[in-house]
Design a protein around this ligand. Structure first.
Ligand SMILES: Cc1cc2nc3c(=O)[nH]c(=O)nc-3n(C[C@H](O)[C@H](O)[C@H](O)COP(=O)(O)O)c2cc1C
Length: 225
């Protein structure tokens, strides 16, 4: 093989290599967009399962608030999705991950209605033991539906524990650690809501107003360019 042939083969191989890399990265960018969109849609349908769509008139996902209150919420980072209706607070859905499941963190959604009454709870993901701790999953048992309509006065805040600890909520046969962690986490969310919901509302109104006020300015700048 002459030097010229070697050079030509090298160039052809190099070109295909570059084209391949470009194709892979373009597909990756496109796929990432589709995955993000699907994740958003899936989260939105979970939120609407807890807070029916007709009860809110804002975009639930537009301005989630990041709550950094590990002590009061028992989780390092929690997101609050604010559901509004006619400029009043209709519901807040807290997306939180508690670290103290039996086998690892438990990621859940806790929906609290305007009056501080639970609209529902869903476990989004967990690593609890199949047949023991996994009854927190709606597909496995109805246990999680037992929180619907509950609040800090029903049962009394002192009874927000599993029955084994003198409270009102069932544990599972041979598995107390998982339900204990969840009951405690929901109690913390309700207390947090009770103490902070006005502040959350103010923050939401301030932040969402700031964004909507900045949008036309940006649009104007784009129009001029
Ligand atoms: C292999 C194995 C897996 C277990 N998985 C769980 C679990 O997912 N959730 C849970 O609450 N307990 C689980 N347990 C049981 C706990 O170790 C504990 O005995 C039970 O939750 C009762 O807790 P208590 O003594 O605080 O009431 C598991 C036990 C074993 C041996």
């Amino acid at each position: 093989m002459t030097f010229k042939n070697t050079l030509r083969s090298g160039l052809v191989l190099g070109t295909f290599g570059v084209l391949g890399a470009l194709l892979v990265s373009a597909t990756e960018v496109q796929t990432r967009g589709v995955i993000q969109h699907n994740e958003r849609m899936s989260l939105l349908s979970q939120l609407y399962e807890l807070v029916p769509q007709e009860e809110v008139d804002n975009d639930f996902l537009q301005h989630p608030l990041t709550l950094d209150a590990p002590k009061s919420l028992g989780a390092s980072d929690t997101l609050a999705y604010m559901g509004m209706r006619r400029n009043a607070l209709a519901a807040v859905v807290f997306e939180t991950t508690i670290p103290n499941g039996y086998a690892g963190p438990i990621h859940m959604l806790v929906a609290v209605g305007g009056e501080g009454v639970l609209k529902g709870v869903r476990v989004v993901s967990h690593s609890e033991t199949p047949g023991l701790g996994d009854k927190i999953e709606l597909g496995r048992s109805d246990w999680v539906l037992g929180f619907d309509g509950k609040s800090l006065v029903d049962p009394d805040v002192s009874r927000w524990k599993v029955k084994k600890d003198g409270g009102s909520f069932d544990q599972f046969t041979g598995a107390t650690i998982t339900p204990r962690a969840i009951v405690e986490s929901i109690r913390k969310v309700l207390l947090y809501y009770d103490q902070q919901h006005r502040r959350l509302l103010d923050r939401y109104l301030r932040e969402s107003r700031a964004v909507s006020e900045s949008t036309p300015v940006r649009k104007k700048a784009e129009d001029l360019s």
